[in-house]
Design a binder for this molecule. Sequence first.
Ligand code: AGP
Length: 612
Amino acid sequence: MCGIVGFTGKKQAADILLDGLSKLEYRGYDSAGIAVTDDAGQTEVVKAKGRLKVLEEKTDWGRAVKGSCGIGHTRWATHGEPSEDNAHPHISDDMNVVAVHNGIIENYQEIKQKLSKNGYVFYSQTDTEAIVKLIDYYYKKYNGGPIDAIAKAMVRVRGSYALAVMFKDYPGEIYAARKDSPMIIGIENGEAYLASDVPAILNHTRNVYYIDNLEMARLSESGVQFYNIDGDIIEKTSVEIKWDAKSAEKGGYAHFMLKEIHEQPKAVADTINSVVKDGKIDFSEVGLSDEDIKGIGEIIIVACGSSYHVGMVGQYVIEDMAKIPVRVELASEFRYRTNLLRKDALVVLISQSGETADTLAALRDVKQQGIKTFAIVNVVGSSIAREADNVFYTLAGPEIAVATTKAYSTQLIVTYLLSVQLAKVRGEINDEEYSSLIKELTTLPEKIQKILDDKERIQWFASKLANQKNIFFIGRGIDYAICLEGSLKLKEISYIHSEAYAAGELKHGTISLIESGTPVVGVLTQNDLFEKTISNMVEVKSRGAYLMGLTTYGHYNLEDTADFTVYVPHTDEHFTPSLAVVPLQLLAYYVSLAKGLDADKPRNLAKSVTVE
Ligand code: AGP
């Protein structure tokens, strides 16, 4: 996700801002910019698409931009392609307000409409420009000063933000506001710093304040003052950061993978909120019309790796909800087969990176046949996103660890949303079922968080698997699709051989591999298949298997069969992959940790496979 920095004090600001942004590069970005106000109160804004190096060269490493108060930003695109116009800082027309933002303003379209009626024009596609001009609007309309204008904007917007704002009338001062997106503020020797994350200011100070949700701050040479949303002054105590620089990039987590596992509640919520408005799914920005949906004769999902596993979930969910035939294909196989596609087919391509060679090639093949394509992608402006007819962006933010977790989870969410929308438009579910499914979706973030809060049991069990040579995952239906992802997670970061098996298929050969002590993970979240899978677990137990069971609360009879049982909260059975996958992600991570491996950079693997 985006990174923001700010500085005000006696030193020149530009090189401090650039250095701070360089410490946030790990967060992933596609453009960057700074704004610096000089002693005469003039503000210069410099932005550049691409790597930070481009901005450094443009500003002669900061030397060309004078002033001791400024803000900076690295942008991970969520609304609008990577470009200079869309890069931050964003400004009001008369430079009265200049700001940078990390987060998502969900209702930015309605805010733009409101401001347009009041004479504002917009130069970018971003949600950020909307909040900048909204602050300017309130500042001029009520003449209540910066804190009042920002507070009014905070009340009006929906979404998440870490904002750093400069006002022309208040040179030398930076105003901050936060809701859900991270921000810290540091003070040292009469200098004030702000940033999205600790690494950006660790060279300057370890003395930081954590601004809380719906709070604001005023940074100046005399230090920092905090305010609540009513504009009342509040007192906060600073804390001393004890992390070293490297662990600070991971927000205190040992690995990016663990950090990204913990980012799933927010990533899932952001992705849901990107299209769910007032309890309804709004696909208008995605571009799949009701007419398109009614005309779909079959769906083919094409992807690789974990994205393919999302497709496997999608097959069960879409067929059950929308009654549309679905086929899931490995892109590397699909692209070389004689594909007999119906003209009314919809091909769905799923890719975190949007650059996977096999998936991109499959997309191009299908487009040549004149078949409609729909992409589910995490990286804005990536090749697959640009070339598909329609794209639904997951809002997982940049994913650093090679083993995908939060991107996988947001892809699942998009698959559910697509399934529900297809079912509603095609009359397969009524209004009540539609509303109930959407309401249940919005409970997933807190249910994921509940699982994360109880992760110690998984860590204990993982230590028992670290020396194993073979581990099996078995399940039926959607549970089989969950097994596929759990098995891949384990394999790719612990190097233990693992197989996911349709539980009913085991006895057709592979059960011969089960011997005393062989670990088998049974996934049982589908009520109507529960007893069937229990039987398969009893079969392998009778051959000596060491059983872990993964099910939803209430199925305590599983403990009669399994040696170790993990429970996840209840949800609509179509959505259980979003919950069941979390213990399996944690299991893989902790096994990797127990083996002393680097979970973030597993051997032989790349984050994006851009070659065949
Ligand atoms: C997932 O943990 C793996 N790193 C890998 O299977 C990945 O899902 C696959 O390469 C597809 O990548 P994509 O989603 O970027 O297309």
